[in-house]
Design a protein around this ligand. Structure first.
Ligand code: NAP
Length: 309
């Protein structure tokens, strides 16, 4: 029996693990992929306090993982279902295990939103990617197209200029959701071009991606974007995230798929907390994901001592 099982090893889960483990609580973190969550595949994290040297997402998440590992157990597997009600919570995994804990902290994060256009699935890893850090180097010297207008799209577009001959940002409006600082940086970059008020309607190619069909949402005009010399192209899609909360939907209170918590990260179920990008809140940044993790672990400790709920 664990005191706490944490579902997900992004910045929120790793911070919760660090705090729980340092409070001498028997803590297990379960993660189906590599630790770090979205950060692990983010090029640079410039806005996490103290993240100056080796500010790569991978570097930072590795250090968070190494630190948490000092204090809690890790298990790499996929959780298939959970039983959250009652004093003893149960976690069932794909390899047939059932693990028990007094507290569950849900930090399953969010997954990449898809464009849902023809060619997106077919050319995944053959020109279509959701991770610049992972796949950017494959497109060295080629034309790259980035879809989206948020911080992710613009920051990753800037990063991709290290590799691409050109980087074209395709965005459905003519204003950006990204912060002004990042917009200005992208606009000042000579390699970056913009295709605004435009949506991608199809991704085309043979064995590799060779072109995109975009439609101007104001004029309805369609055109094909490709390289001048018919080389393969890279298409990087950054159009937001979807909370990974499907598994909890009949047990925990949610709003549009995001788990509802109070300011102590408590859900409507006793002994169950939610932290990070899967909970309802207005700002989703790494720094407040880590803050959520700290709060949940501290309050969980108080709960286990019989002080709160
Ligand atoms: P986001 O802020 O939700 O932006 C998603 C972008 O994709 C928006 O520009 C949106 O257009 C566009 N979009 C959504 N669905 C689309 C579709 N079906 N077709 C075409 N375009 C579509 O997502 P994000 O950029 O991944 O950022 C998520 C959160 O992480 C944000 O809070 C962001 O600030 C934060 N973040 C921070 C940093 C950093 O500070 N270092 C880096 C990355 C992300 P509209 O604008 O028209 O809705």
């Amino acid at each position: 029996m664990y005191d706490i099982i944490i579902l997900g090893a992004g910045p929120a889960g790793l911070t919760a693990g660090l705090y729980a483990g340092r409070s001498k609580l028997k803590t297990l973190i379960i993660e189906k992929n590599i630790p770090g969550g979205q950060i692990a595949t983010t090029a640079f994290v410039d806005n996490y306090p103290g993240s100056i040297e080796d500010a790569t997402g991978m570097g930072l998440s590795d250090r968070m993982y190494e630190q948490a590992k000092e204090y809690c157990e890790f298990l790499t597997t996929e959780v298939t279902s959970v039983e959250l009600k009652g004093k003893v919570k149960k976690v069932h995994t794909e390899d047939g295990k059932t693990l028990e804990a007094k507290v569950i902290i849900i930090s399953t994060g969010a997954s990449h939103r898809k464009l849902e256009v023809p060619g997106e699935k077919e050319f995944l890893n053959m020109g279509v990617s959701y991770c610049a850090t992972c796949d950017g180097p494959f497109y060295s010297g080629l034309d790259i197209f980035v879809v989206g207008g948020g911080d992710s799209a613009l920051e990753e577009a800037i990063y991709l200029t290290k590799f691409g001959k050109s980087v074209t940002i395709i965005h459905r409006r003519d204003e950006f959701r990204a912060s002004q600082l990042v917009v200005d940086k992208a606009k000042a970059n000579e390699k970056i071009k913009f295709e605004l008020d435009s949506v991608v309607t199809e991704i085309k190619g043979d064995k590799e991606t060779s072109s995109l069909i975009v439609e101007n949402v104001k004029t309805g005009e369609k055109k094909e974007l490709k390289s001048d010399d018919n080389s393969p192209i890279g298409v990087f899609i950054f159009v937001g995230y979807i909370p990974q909360t499907e598994m909890f939907k009949d047990q925990v209170e949610m709003n549009y798929g995001y788990i509802v918590t109070d300011s102590d990260m408590k859900t409507n179920i006793e002994g169950v907390f939610a932290i990070g990008d899967n909970r309802e809140k207005s700002v989703r940044q790494m720094v407040n994901a880590a803050g959520d993790g700290c709060i949940a672990a501290v309050i969980a400790n108080r709960y286990l001592e019989g002080q709160v709920w």
